[in-house]
Ligand binder design. Sequence first.
Ligand SMILES: *Cc1c(COP(=O)(O)O)cnc(C)c1O
Length: 384
Amino acid sequence: MEVVYSYLKDQFKPKEGDMQVKYVELSQGFDVDETLRAIRQELKECMFTLGPEVSELEVNFARLCQTKYAIGVNSGTDALSLSLEALGVGPGDEVITAPNSFIATAGAIVAARAKPVFVDVNDEYNIDPELIEAAVTPRTKGIMPVHLTGNPADMPRITQIARRHNLHVIEDAAQAIGASIDGKLAGSFGVAAGFSMHPLKNLNVWGDAGVITTSSDELNHKLRLLRNHGLSSRDGVDIFGYNSRLDTIQAIVALNLLKNLDKITEARIRNGRIYDEGLADLKEYLKIPPRRANVRQVFHTYMIQVRERERLIKHLEENEIETKVHYPIPIHLQKAAQHLGYKPGDFPVCEAQASTILTLPVHQHLSDEQLDYVIDKIHEFYKA
Ligand SMILES: *Cc1c(COP(=O)(O)O)cnc(C)c1O
């Protein structure tokens, strides 16, 4: 009897083997039919680059970020490097930034032919404002804070420091669309900000795309020239520029998804809270970064620091839970950055985090069952 009972119980229990938690679900979330209908309509107009939908997206994006302008470009990386160039940052100049970002942050500074200067991060994984002033030299032209994970850096402090030293603030807001501090939106703090709509970002398109936000008339004018060969008319070239136009098709995809941005963001925030609460009792084994009450953090990623990371990753993997590490090698220790002259130990907080951070799936398509499953499996690992 006992045997039969437990057999039946096992039959009706959802088999754990059936549960799978992917890091992203890119095939979900788009209204494909609606988007394709809009693209088909555009095919009749044949305005494949910088078409009317690009302008429409720019208007919507600027409104969303509380800025006067938004400029569509080819990628988030271009959004950052073109902003630097439009500000006149170039050879011989230094830009202060964080060493724990995706490589594109420092890459954009290098692309503008300036030198990235790193400053260590705090326990929120963002640039530590306390350490910025010590890194300022006569060559410093700007600060590029990164809103890593979708958690805005301490912008009131950073903009204050920048004003004191007459520096430009260019926000790397690639992970932070919709994030805010006291209701003020990411992308509206600096003189310019770069956003990415890469497929892995919260607002994602069907390829590469980026947006710059700014409230400066002069920057807006210059950036529109820079993204399109410096052309001020069909035949007139004001300055040498680049080809960094935003495709009309990607703008259509973005416009269709923009309608759902609040839903996407709210779902990610909710998932983040569920993890925060579900993992709170594991303080001995893992560290959840502090959350500021006046901050809307949009959880591009859900990142924590954990003990025995490699074993935990394996345990979760065995249970079909996909995790990532953003990022295991800090930028200052990458081969590409050797000429900058940094060495291990230069940024102890960043380096300690690099060996303990872990990113859990937090995307908007996760079910409560999946979130509970992840939380259970982490408990199982540490409590076993
Ligand atoms: C994705 C990302 C970028 C670059 O954006 P792309 O659109 O891929 O060029 C820059 N900075 C950060 C922090 C990012 O996450």
